[in-house]
Design a protein. Structure first.
Length: 313
């Protein structure tokens, strides 16, 4: 049985991007992220962690010792390692090695792009349709009607679509307006060198599998700590030039069918600071429910605390 099939059997699946996903799924996705990326909570990879324990337990001075004595010695070493790697400054640089749980939380809360992705998934799933209409109309034209559904990069999305060619960050889809938005989130980094073409592969796959409707408008929106390149023609030319230099590796991105999707695709960019500014205008200019006010302001607080807002990293 394939991994995707096992996942669907346990957790279910979505059949179309119009399917509404509960915001609580975002909490499951957060646990999923930590379970599949234990380095985020251990400080080192699981393999490195196991190897370190084995090395400590097999040292000559522990030969002939009882299990309790070996356990005590290893716990002492673990505590020393965790003490060495812990930083008490909010934005202090990370030290290599096994980390304390408090240090693990500091790293994901202030430094992890993947953790920000999960926060954004929950945030977007709770935003009103009126808010999403207003936000996305800055970048793409459509009739503001119908409801939005959002999907994060999760086992649910991957197992449902069986998309293996690339990983997305977050998708927002309005079935009635037939608009698909790919939200590509960055702390303060650049886009991947083949990212635009890979998103076109994703669009093609979702269309072929019936997860979006034919003719869906398609926006790739970069959201980053600083302004990101969003001139579609320049981006496409650079990516195609890279692919032509390594045709064996990138042959799946050089198909003529993808160029039709590139023509159809729209690209835009906004910074996290500009997103906060938009939200503040939205709050000032609209009758917003208390729940959505708390949602927007809470997300602002989290964004303003991120390391890139203070260190430019």
């Amino acid at each position: 049985m394939k991994a995707a099939e096992k996942y669907r059997r346990v957790f279910g699946s979505v059949r179309h991007l119009k399917d509404q996903i509960s915001w609580t799924t975002g909490l499951t996705n957060m646990v999923e992220f930590l379970a599949w990326e234990p380095k985020q909570i251990l400080g080192i990879t699981k393999k490195q962690y196991v190897r370190q324990i084995i090395e400590w337990a097999t040292q000559p001075e522990l030969a002939g010792k009882s299990v309790e004595e070996i356990e005590h010695a290893i716990i002492k070493k673990l505590n020393a390692k965790m003490h060495d790697t812990e930083q008490l400054g909010t934005y202090s640089s990370q030290r290599v090695g096994i980390c304390h749980p408090r240090e693990a939380v500091r790293r994901v809360k202030f430094f992890s792009e993947e953790y920000l992705n999960k926060e954004f998934d929950i945030f977007l799933s709770l935003c009103s349709d009126v808010y999403l209409d207003s936000f996305y109309q800055q970048f793409i034209a459509f009739e503001p009607n119908g409801s939005w559904s959002t999907h994060g990069n999760s086992g649910l999305f991957e197992a449902s679509t069986e998309l293996k060619a690339m990983y997305m960050d977050n998708l927002a889809y309005n079935h009635q307006a037939n608009v698909l938005v790919a939200n590509e989130l960055k702390f303060n980094g650049r886009k991947n060198p083949d990212q635009l073409l890979k998103y076109c592969v994703m669009y093609e796959h979702l269309l072929e599998k019936g997860f979006i409707d034919k003719g869906a408008k398609f926006l790739l929106l970069f959201i980053g700590g600083s302004e990101l390149e969003h001139n579609k023609q320049r981006l496409a030319d650079r990516e195609l030039a890279l692919c032509h230099k390594r045709p064996k590796k990138y042959q799946h991105l050089l198909r003529p069918e993808l160029l039709d999707i590139v023509d159809h695709l729209q690209v835009a960019s906004i910074t996290w600071s500009a997103l906060i500014a938009f939200n503040q205008r939205y709050l000032a200019e609209n009758e917003v429910s208390q729940v959505e006010q708390k949602l927007l302001r809470g997300f602002h607080q989290s964004l303003k605390a991120k390391s890139f807002m203070h260190l430019g990293v």
